[in-house]
Ligand binder design. Structure first.
Ligand SMILES: CC(C)(COP(=O)(O)OP(=O)(O)OC[C@H]1O[C@@H](n2cnc3c(N)ncnc32)[C@H](O)[C@@H]1OP(=O)(O)O)[C@@H](O)C(=O)NCCC(=O)NCCS
Length: 237
């Protein structure tokens, strides 16, 4: 059980896991924490393992996982060490998706590598040289902290870690300006306050009705959603 004395480490879920046993263990852990978060979207319960693996391997997505740790002791581990992810208790998750072109942001979490790479849109690396290049967007998606670990600062740590990762990744790709963005349901006060505390500013309100859909043989009913777009514009000189 998490408490104020809780220790945790922030891990990034590797995309390429060659050991099939470890890959399926991590896939099941990802599925379990997402399902805890998605009580309002129970359809995802029926998705196949393949859909979950596509999420894990999406080349545009980076999954940050907060994993409970037994002690405060810091120790250096090689990046490929997955022991904490495999054996630890997952307390929270936040996914960063990007870079994408401004205006094209939608839910890309389950895109396969092939789908992502076969897009006909001009790539950002081509567009960056143009005078009016679109501003790349990094979308934060699906922040969730298990109920027993809430109110202890973990959500904020996830937002900070993901924001800093997006900024570093954008800088290393040579972008001069990026938009870090998140869509939050207007009635979700804790999430709005969380992102405000992380430096995100509230912008336009969007109401959308998704069409009834079928994915992986699972019927997704039509849904109405009113959300507020929150963002941080980052410029590097
Ligand atoms: C939103 C959520 C991730 C917050 O996680 P958390 O670990 O409890 O948040 P933190 O303890 O890091 O709080 C950071 C800030 O968020 C805000 N916040 C968090 N919970 C809040 C609440 N219940 N009411 C109001 N503000 C809240 C506060 O500003 C807080 O800063 P403060 O402690 O200095 O006041 C968590 O409540 C959650 O998982 N909710 C369900 C999933 C969800 O709604 N996700 C949003 C999808 S967009």
């Amino acid at each position: 059980m998490a408490s104020e004395n809780m220790h945790y480490e922030m891990c990034i879920l590797p995309r390429a896991i060659h050991d099939a046993e470890k890959r399926s263990q991590l896939r099941d852990k990802l599925k379990m924490i997402r399902l805890k978060a998605l009580q309002k979207d129970p359809e995802e319960l029926k998705f196949s393992d393949e859909v979950w693996e596509k999420r894990m391997t999406n080349p545009l997505a980076v999954h940050f996982i907060a994993v409970e740790r037994c002690s405060e002791t810091e120790y250096d581990k090689p990046a490929e060490d997955m022991s904490a992810l495999l054996s630890g208790n997952w307390l929270g998750v936040l996914v960063l998706i990007g870079p994408m072109e401004d205006g094209t942001v939608s839910f890309h979490a389950s895109r396969s590598s092939a789908e992502s790479l076969s897009s006909n849109r001009p790539t950002l690396s081509n567009a960056i040289d143009r005078e009016h290049a679109p501003i790349p967007v990094y979308e934060l998606n699906g922040v969730f902290v298990v109920p027993e670990a809430r109110g202890l600062g973990l959500g904020r740590k996830l937002v900070d870690a993901v924001t800093q990762f997006g900024i570093s990744s954008a800088k290393s790709q040579g972008f001069r300006t990026i938009r870090m963005q998140v869509r939050v349901n207007t009635d979700n006060r804790p999430a709005r306050m969380l992102y405000r505390s992380g430096g995100y500013v509230e912008g336009k309100v969007e109401t959308s009705v998704s069409k009834e859909n079928e994915k992986d043989g699972v019927k997704i009913p039509s849904k109405m959603r009113t959300c507020i777009v929150m963002e941080r514009l980052e410029e590097f000189f």
